[in-house]
Write a protein that binds this ligand. Structure first.
Ligand SMILES: [Zn+2]
Length: 119
């Protein structure tokens, strides 16, 4: 279950951010998970809860936001949600039906925010 490793990295990132502010307490971490990242959000949440259980960070709330696959149309510049999940096929532009489109995002796993409580 590689979500455990990812959950660990997320927690580390949160702790690093918190350590920059003396006396601050880590409260929550938000992540953006792209549909193409291969990460199961429920498994990630579960792994995170297992990791923090019994530690000083056991109250930390993990907020995971699913991000769709986004494409950009090279002909009209429109960015849209591409419903096809295969990395090799693109849905045509809903604006002008062009197939001349490029991948924008959907494989990301980013920290969106770290919430700390300052004394
Ligand atoms: Zn278009």
């Amino acid at each position: 279950m590689h979500e455990v490793g990812i959950a660990n990295s997320i927690l580390e990132a949160g702790r690093t951010e918190t350590a920059r502010r003396p006396g601050a307490k880590l409260m929550g971490i938000g992540v953006r998970v792209g549909v193409l990242s291969g990460v199961d959000v429920d498994a990630l949440r579960f792994a995170f809860e297992c990791i923090i259980a019994g530690t000083e960070d056991e109250k930390v709330v993990l907020t995971a936001e699913n991000c769709p696959r986004m494409n950009r149309c090279e002909d009209c510049g429109r960015e849209y949600v591409s419903p096809q999940l295969s990395p090799f096929t693109d849905a045509p532009c809903p604006g002008c039906t062009s197939h001349h489109t490029s991948f924008v995002s959907g494989d990301q796993l980013d920290i969106a925010f770290v919430e700390v409580e300052e004394p």
